[in-house]
Design a protein around this ligand. Sequence first.
Ligand code: ATP
Length: 520
Amino acid sequence: MASQEEVFKKLVSHCKEYGFVFPSSEIYDGLGAVYDYGQNGVELKNNIKRYWWEAMTKLHENIVGIDAAIFMHPTTWKASGHVDAFNDPLIDNKDSKKRYRADVLIEEAIEKYNEKVEKEVEKARKRFKDSFNEEQFRTTSPKVLELIEKRDALHKRFQDVMNSPNGIDLEAMKQIIIDEEIVDPISGTRNWTDVRQFNLMFSTEMGSTADGAMKIYLRPETAQGIFVNYLNVQKTGRMKLPFGIAQIGKAFRNEIVARQFIFRMREFEQMEMQFFIKPGTELDWFAKWKKTRRSWHEALGFGSHMYRFHDHDKLAHYANAATDIEFNMPFGFKEVEGIHSRTNFDLSQHAKYSGKKIEYFDPETNESYTPYVIETSIGVDRMFLSVMAASYKEEVVNEKGDTRVVLSLPPALAPVKVAILPLVNKDGLPEKAEEILKELRYDYNCQIEVKDSIGKRYRRQDAIGTPYCITVDGQTIEDNTVTLRYRDTMQQERVAIADLHKIIGDSVNISSLLRKIEND
Ligand code: ATP
């Protein structure tokens, strides 16, 4: 069995080899943590976005969409807190000249204690074989208990540093790195600089210098475009509370440590929905959105064991509930989506900084108030990675031990739905394939492939996740039937061209996923 790390490496090269994801400007050796989506990647990504967009706007009559600009008035980011507080603590190693997130180094040190515990357990399991009592060992082994005690002490110290009353205590953070004897994985030394705060926003200038250029930011999240348009949408759409505004768009963060492929990028895409509600109802709506969003994920069919909620113990000062939906990636459970109860913080801040009244007049109670907000925020690229990781499979296909790589993508997300393959490139078969294409292409994304043996073509379609292959042969010309091959079972059957629509039907359309979501 390949290790998780090997599987992940294979997945990354598969993404490149089959036109899903390329490093940005690769001919110039790429650009750190920036990626381009290729011919198949863009289709998959668009399908993910469509699935989210339609789940939000078609399944909820009270949710509408917007598309705000990436550039926003710079005061937006003062009001939102990003200018003053959107920071990561960073530390440099003087020998390797590499930069790290100090908090991540400490989190990794905590995790190392867990790994050491697991090693002890495994060692004991081998030693005691069948008589091994894991529960007892974990609770009584002096070595394990010592490791757990050290881990918990470090965790507590780290939490105190992060929650110190005047913001993160940078000196204490460095002291932990010294005390824990954390070494740079590259140079192997402990020659660290002090810890500094680093703002994650990219900035640029708007206007010529003669006019007085204005420093503006590339938005680090899409949400603020929704908040500043709350009044516009509420008034022009005559929206009544509760209602939501959905948006999909690019966001930019100058991440210090960019690793794990498209999991952490400097330019990425978010799908965010802000749901405006009456104050006091937020915890009910928070629970409802947790359920609805999890159901959206689970409708893809990867199994509910692939997801878990991670409720936050430490909340931002304005939030009164927050959770992450984590996905079982090849490198462990990781955040894909955040659901946050943000009170009226953002709207109140924009009211304060703009001097405009941003409220809702409730016709039922005849009072005005600032709505509360539940936010659901998911990264398109992380979602893409989770779908690819869960779909990528290496399978043995026969007794000889031949293998295939198949992407068992949910058919509604697959880049190509139907591949039409003339058995040979002559005898009128390509023309017949063209005829079938013209019949199907209004409903499904189709592709004709004529090169190579039929086996090789099947493998290529498996590798990009095409759910259906249609083979056109001599008999097709005589009786208008084709061989239909199913990706997952590899079964083949002879069917009439006229029946193709009925068989493929709805299974490849986004609506087939939408029907599986539980909506109250
Ligand atoms: P993390 O803790 O991993 O940095 P975050 O908590 O800062 O993420 P949010 O600000 O809640 O993330 O953003 C919402 C979603 O946007 C995340 O759940 C994730 O899917 C996505 N996202 C955030 N940062 C990145 C990034 N650098 N690259 C890709 N996706 C990202």
